[in-house]
Design a protein around this ligand. Structure first.
Ligand code: ZN
Length: 719
């Protein structure tokens, strides 16, 4: 009898550790024998906070004028301590979510060089085991992508942006490797309601009714998939990543302050809860990333799109007002874009907290990965219906120039005013006319920009792009260098899950898409949505079969993983770094009015303030590009310690409640001012406060000198 019971127990035990192999439920987040090492790291990637165009809206006028809150790279490193059969090699992987527009293979290359130069990470990382995914904030500096189309409004390549991203990402991985320790990863899933809307709902309706019926959430994904990282020795949480579909466009194209938008702010809110009270942003050990996924047609402007002149809803099919696109813009739920960003961030943060609390399924079992470089301009594959399909050379349709309701078109190409853009003037004569074959391949897309044919001064779009598959137990992540729409993402996740099951890797896989990862190749719609030729379809660069092409490639990687063989790949493509053209001017010199010094205060704070007040102080300042103050700050809100002997930093330029606003009254002169703004949060302690400003000025001879300024003190009272 006892023997029978033991037999039954043994059978159950074997069954549960064997097939689906990899998922195990437990209330207590520890296992007897850890098979994983995990590490997390965070680093500043803010870049130049003045005079540099922001990446995303392609709006010439949207150039940096200070910082709302700093941008961060958030790195997660995990390693299986037992080799993965049958290749039996070491399985180490780094995922980095970065407050930047999107991934860039040129940035990744530099990150890998920097990691190789660092003793603790030498030889550990290649393209195979690093995924760098941009959160898609549209309020971060541009100029880090090396294909021409992404440089038109930034006036070319911007080395300062490129270096800030590459250095910060490398440092975040180095920090994560430095604190690797035995750990566990738990999987959680849940929903976020009321934080996204489909900005091309008429295109979504081109998908068949039968397919739409599979998804009761409607025309956007509401799912959030979350990984929880716990140190096994101390049982303390060390990190979190989640994926939820929404664009980084809660801050609109009039914003000139660097910002991580809704994803960056949600990360700060989450990290604050897990780091000691008083930890300044970016300085804590716990790292929480809100990462990008298939957000192609997904907007945070959930109140819908309206005409700026009449206040009426826009015409739906073309998102126009009186036939014009530029008056039709999306509206967020808040009273202004800051409030909307806060609301969309808070909804994601609150959902993540709940999912975190219930994330009890430990991911055990193999870690494995595959990476391939694919020529997306020339990919032939067998579609589900058995016919052969092909992708096309990169080209953009007319609707690309119209933009979206998150940022209506300001791409001056279509408006024909070439004279306002020197970069455009330089290259415009070298544009390409599509051949009939190219026109047929992209049909029904009317080709506006035949990127494939334009190679001056260097290629306008990527030809060869990186694709990547990561596995941890029953969790699978596919990295794509694109913005997949809601249905494109659903179709890809389903295809990947079906193939994983077919190849007997897992019986119940959970699949996420790491979006805008490792490179940028615009958008990917479904074949059906492509027919509508909204912005997303017009920006599906490789033609109507692009999604099918990506899916066929992921099936290949899954089959290779199941067979235990390495995946075939093309060589890494060139990054054209040595050919880059930069036309954005640097800082010439800084000056200060007669009788004033750098750091002098021209507007002092009020003598008293209460919670909810906004305190502003104006300083004589200089261009913040002279010294980016990486991992540091341009401002400090300081409180006098209780013994009255020292000043304690309460907030920096990384905090939500502060702003560093920079302005230069006369565009071609050296005089400039910094306005430091502090909105007193609810938990502000009564006491004596002051505002500090730090910056560096440049002389005509190029000498850079640091300075600081200090405001008068003021008293904060309780109400
Ligand atoms: Zn986008």
């Amino acid at each position: 009898m006892i023997l029978n019971v033991l037999n039954v127990l043994l059978t159950i035990l074997l069954a549960s550790t064997n097939a689906d192999t990899t998922a195990r439920r437990s209330k207590t987040p520890t296992s007897n024998k850890s098979v994983l090492n995990v590490g997390t790291g965070i680093y500043d990637v803010t870049g130049p906070a003045a005079d540099i165009n922001f990446m995303g809206y392609a709006q010439m006028k949207q150039v940096g004028r200070g910082i709302h809150f700093r941008l961060r790279a958030r790195a997660f490193v995990f390693e299986s301590t037992v080799p993965t059969p049958p290749l039996n090699d070491s399985r180490l992987f780094a995922f980095v979510s970065v407050d930047m527009g999107m991934g860039s293979s040129a940035v990744t290359n530099r990150v890998l060089e920097l990691l190789d130069a660092e003793p603790t990470t030498t030889g550990k990382f290649t393209n195979d085991n690093v995924c760098i995914s941009g959160t898609h904030t549209h309020s971060a500096p541009a100029g880090f992508l090396t294909h021409t189309i992404f440089q038109v409004t930034s006036l070319g390549f911007v080395k300062q942006t490129y270096d800030a991203f590459a250095n910060g990402i490398a440092q975040s991985i180095i920090k994560a490797v430095g604190n690797m320790a035995p750990g566990s990863v738990f999987l959680g899933q849940g929903k976020v309601t009321n934080a996204n809307i489909n900005r091309s709902p008429t295109a979504y309706l081109y998908n068949s009714q039968a397919e739409r019926d599979l998804y009761p959430d409607g025309n956007t994904d509401k799912d959030m998939t979350l990984l929880k990282f716990v140190n096994s020795d101390t049982s303390s949480p060390v990190g979190m990543i989640n994926w939820y579909s929404v664009h980084g466009t809660a801050m609109n194209n009039t914003n000139m302050l660097i910002s991580g938008d809704n994803k960056g702010h949600a990360s700060s809110l989450f990290e604050k809860d897990f780091n000691p009270v008083g930890t300044l942003p970016g300085k804590g050990k716990f790292v929480g990333a809100f990462a990008a996924t298939n957000l192609g047609d997904v907007s945070p402007n959930i109140n819908g799109s309206f005409c700026m002149d009449t206040g009426l809803p826009c015409e739906m099919e073309h998102s126009t007002c009186n036939g014009k696109n530029e008056m039709c813009t999306g509206r967020g739920p808040g009273k202004d874009m800051f409030d909307s960003t806060n609301i969309i961030a808070t909804r994601q943060y609150e959902a993540a907290k709940e999912i975190w609390n219930n994330a009890n399924e430990e991911l055990v079992g193999p870690i494995d990965m595959r990476h391939t470089w694919v020529d997306m301009t020339n990919l032939t594959f067998k579609a589900a219906d058995g016919t052969m399909k092909s992708t096309c050379g990169a080209a953009m349709g007319y609707a690309f120039a119209a933009g979206t309701t998150d940022g209506p078109g300001a791409f001056n190409f279509i408006q024909g005013s070439n004279s306002t853009n020197p970069f455009w003037n330089l290259v415009s004569h070298f544009l390409s006319k599509p051949t009939q074959k190219e026109i047929d391949c992209h049909h029904p897309k009317p080709i506006l920009l035949n990127l494939e044919g334009i190679n001056f001064p260097y290629p306008w779009a990527a030809k060869v792009v990186p694709l990547q598959l990561i596995r941890m137990g029953r969790f699978y992540m596919v990295s794509v260098p694109s913005e997949l729409t809601t249905m494109a993402g659903r179709r890809m996740r389903k295809a990947v899950a079906d193939e994983v099951i077919k190849q007997k890797l897992s019986t119940n896989p959970v699949v996420v898409i790491a979006g805008l990862a490792n490179e940028y190749a615009d958008y990917t719609t479904t074949f059906e949505e492509y027919q509508a030729q909204r912005y997303e379809g017009a920006s599906t660069a490789y033609g109507p079969n692009e999604l099918g092409g990506f899916i066929s490639e992921f099936k290949r990687l899954i089959a290779d993983m199941a067979a235990g063989v390495e995946s075939q790949t093309l060589p890494a493509p060139p990054t054209y770094l040595s050919k880059q053209i930069s036309l954005a001017p640097g800082v010439i010199y800084d000056s200060v009015a007669h009788g004033k010094k750098f750091g002098d205060v021209t507007v002092q704070p009020p003598s008293t303030a209460v919670v909810g007040d906004v305190v502003s102080v104006v300083f004589c300042s200089s261009n913040p590009r002279n010294n980016l103050r990486t991992e540091d700050t341009f401002l400090a809100v300081q409180m006098l310690s209780s013994d009255g002997l020292s000043w304690v930093d309460i907030a920096t330029d990384g905090n939500w409640e502060t702003k560093f606003e920079w302005n230069r009254p006369k565009e071609f002169e050296g005089e400039s001012f910094a306005t430091i703004v502090w909105e007193l949060p609810l938990d502000t302690m009564p006491g004596t406060y002051r505002i500090q400003h730090y910056n560096s000025h440049k002389s005509l001879l190029g000498k850079i000198t640091e300075f600081s300024g200090t405001s008068n003190t003021f008293k904060v009272h309780t109400k």
